[in-house]
Design a protein around this ligand. Sequence first.
Ligand SMILES: C[S@@+](CC[C@H](N)C(=O)[O-])C[C@H]1O[C@@H](n2cnc3c(N)ncnc32)[C@H](O)[C@@H]1O
Length: 190
Amino acid sequence: MKTTPLCRLAHKYGTDKCPQLGHSYTPFYYQLLKNKRREVKKVLEIGIGSRETMQWTPEHYQVGASLRMWRDFFPNAIVYGVDRDSTTMFKAARIKTILMSTTRVANLQKLIDDIGPDIDLLVDDGPHNERFQLQTARTIIPLIKKSCLYIIEDVTRPETVKEQLTEFDCRIVKSPDGRRQDNLVVIEKQ
Ligand SMILES: C[S@@+](CC[C@H](N)C(=O)[O-])C[C@H]1O[C@@H](n2cnc3c(N)ncnc32)[C@H](O)[C@@H]1O
């Protein structure tokens, strides 16, 4: 698999989104987003990650690795990260971390109220539990602006998730190496 500039940024900070460190998401993300680098202004990722929750990552792993990757990839963006674990909170240029659990619908509604609906890219890498993946998508997608790319990572049963989200135009991206949990569901808000 070809290493892309996004794979290199993922590796630099130690997120397992890249094939070198775990999942094969960054080659796909690079193709999807490479022509939007300058126009993406707001990114939200659910699930920041800490050394404890990312134990399999390398020695050089930095807390919030994927937020740092997105920040460097999109030079004009503010990157928001949400996590329920206080050890994931940190301060860095163009990154804002928010402490909250996404399993409560009211929290999700408040989140979008607080940061605004004009999100260009939203990645759900939080609780990898189908019930909450569905609840989060159903709550957030109606609230965000049209054309936002909403991506659910680590989907075990992507066909089931797609069937459950018939109100949205879902595209399944399967793991190229056939790993059971490494599927994405990608939705472009209409
Ligand atoms: C796989 S890690 C995120 C990794 C990070 N996105 C990266 O690629 O570097 C998943 C994170 O989701 C957080 N998480 C799990 N359940 C959550 C919930 N209900 N609300 C908010 N965060 C949650 C965990 O605390 C953990 O830090």
